[in-house]
Design a protein around this ligand. Structure first.
Ligand code: C2O
Ligand code: CU
Length: 540
């Protein structure tokens, strides 16, 4: 892929592809209950194969997708993991999707902090892939980045990953090749790393891992993906149906007085979630790779693609509670929690109102470096070519009803939908551009020694041709957000992905630990495909 990307930069700008007939079908608004998300993409391989995500005949004869199962992995075990096509019932249509071990989401891996886990992965798809273990500080050669840390795993081939889990927290795994298609089609799973020592969180009645996602359907099934072409590179592929754990009709049951701990993961290609439980109190306790220094009550939780949150929610009374996606444009129900039956014993509810502290010496030591000048300063930028008159400055302003800058593109803007649908890698390039050298592109590589601290400034230029948020992810390390727009972050937490809304400047602080080449990229799948990446080379 590395090679392909380099090649891409030298190619002449291609004419916009003919798009007639593949524009998104209308009529399926986000308004309904439930939702699902899938991904798609194309690798330019295997042209004879049916398009991934196609419904109808392509799904015939495939095993039915299973629900995610918990795998408690004891030391000494080996995980056999495979990616393969499955059939799934999606809002009344039988569609072809992908599953890890036949499951959507993939198996939930429950492991102990400090443990190791060998994984024998087999690719039973009809296109090459890899597995990336998002947020895990592992050896570089197991990071799953094609062309950087390993060759792509071809259909029928296997690859052995050796995982280790130095940090407790909520992580996940997904492909790192055409994830705009393959992750969207169901290849995502969670890893819950349980802390060593006594639990530091209050007891709860239930624990629930919940993937927040969306998927793009059209009459009769999924909107097909192209294997030759990544589409929707401008804003990303927005779904028109929400999916919670792969389901359009997500439902959960609880008893009155129960506290549920939700482990939330945004696995959407591009959608930002702002989640709440209508009528229930929510306590934010953790994020990507650890616990907050101070727990807090929050009205909703904001998650860009790949970000995670751990929240405790108290369901005091019997009734039906809706999970809501709430944006400045309104609220949409995503699923429900039905609360009924005999009341819970109240022990968890008693602990719910205590706001605990979770001091972390390493995090505080890193935080002490917050005053340093940025070592690396990157602008998040776009270049567009040959798109029906082009994307001039100001075009981005079309993204808002009021004509002002909208920090987050919550929905695909109807005004930009045609342009988004006709955007590809050939006519849109997303960049991380070094602000001191002007350099950008896949060769942007920063050397750093293990143990050294870097402050990385991420500037999301509001005058960009298409201002929108970018969730920026650094592989193989953990960081903290030191400041947003120059204002120090009051309650930092270990992160590996930071959402940078349009117009904002976010400073992250990293003490690099794992040697190797580590990607820094936007986690909007289509933006990564369109070049929005750089890398850090960590020497021992
Ligand atoms: Cu979750 Cu480079 O990815
Ligand atoms: Cu982006």
């Amino acid at each position: 892929m590395r090679l392909n990307r380099k090649l891409f930069w030298t190619l002449p700008i291609l004419a916009p592809i003919a798009l007639l007939g593949i524009l998104p079908a209308g009529g399926q608004g986000m308004g309904g209950m439930g939702g699902m998300g899938m991904g798609h993409g194309s690798m330019g391989m295997d042209r004879a194969a049916p398009p991934a995500g196609a419904d109808g005949p392509a799904a015939v004869g495939l095993p039915e997708a299973l629900e995610s199962r918990v795998m408690e992995l004891a030391p000494g075990g080996l995980l056999q993991l495979e990616a393969r096509p499955v059939a799934k019932d999606l809002a009344g249509n039988r569609v072809r999707m992908f599953g890890f071990n036949g499951q959507i989401p993939g198996p939930l891996l429950k492991v102990k902090q400090g443990s190791r886990l060998p994984v024998e992965f087999t690719n039973r798809l009809d296109l090459p892939t890899t597995v990336h273990w998002h947020g895990i500080r592992l050896e570089n050669r197991f990071d799953g980045v094609p062309g950087l840390t390993q060759p792509p795993i071809r259909p029928g081939e296997s690859y052995r990953y050796e995982l280790r889990f130095p940090d407790a927290g909520l992580f996940w795994y997904h492909p790192h090749l055409r994830e705009d298609m393959t992750q969207e089609l169901g290849l995502y799973g969670a890893i819950l790393v349980v802390p060593e020592g006594p639990p530091s969180l209050a007891p709860v009645d239930q624990e629930v891992v919940l993937f927040l996602d969306d998927i793009r359907t059209q009459r009769g099934g999924l909107e097909p993906f192209s294997r030759e072409q990544v589409r929707y590179t401008l804003s990303g592929r927005f779904g028109n149906r929400f999916l919670l754990n792969g389901a359009t009709d997500y439902r959960l049951q609880a008893r009155p007085g129960e506290v549920l701990r939700f482990y939330l993961i945004n696995s959407a290609n591009t959608r930002t979630f702002s989640l709440s439980f209508e009528g229930a109190r929510m306590k934010l306790v953790g994020a990507d790779a650890g616990l907050y220094g101070r727990e807090s009550f929050v009205p909703q939780v904001l998650l860009g693609p790949a970000e995670r949150a751990v929240v405790d929610v108290l369901f005091e009374q019997a009734g039906t509670y809706r999970l809501l996606q709430t944006t400045p444009h309104g609220s949409t129900p995503l699923g429900t929690v039905a609360v009924a039956g005999p009341p819970a014993d109240g022990r968890a509810a008693a602990g719910f109102f205590r706001l605990q502290e979770h001091p972390d010496a390493e995090l505080e030591a890193l935080r002490a470096e917050a005053g340093r000048a940025p070592d690396v300063s990157l602008a998040l930028a776009v270049e567009a070519f040959g798109m029906g008159g082009g994307l001039g400055p100001g075009m981005g302003m079309m993204g808002t009803a009021e004509g002002g800058l909208e920090p987050i593109e919550w929905e695909e803007d109807p005004m930009m939908a045609m342009m988004n649908a006709s955007s590809t890698k050939a006519n849109v390039r997303w960049l991380l551009r070094d602000r001191s050298t002007g350099r950008a592109g896949p060769d942007l590589l920063y050397p750093v020694a293990a143990g050294e601290v870097r402050k990385i400034r991420l500037f999301n230029d509001p005058s960009s041709a298409h201002p929108m948020q970018h969730p920026i992810h650094l592989h193989g390390q953990r960081f903290l957000v030191a400041a947003r727009n120059g204002v120090e972050e009051a309650n930092p937490v270990w992160k590996d992905t930071a959402l940078v809304p349009a117009g904002e400047t976010v400073d992250i602080l990293v003490r690099f630990s794992e040697p190797g080449d580590w990607l820094l990229h936007c986690h909007i799948s289509e933006h990564l495909e369109a070049g929005m990446e750089a890398a850090f080379r960590v020497t021992p």
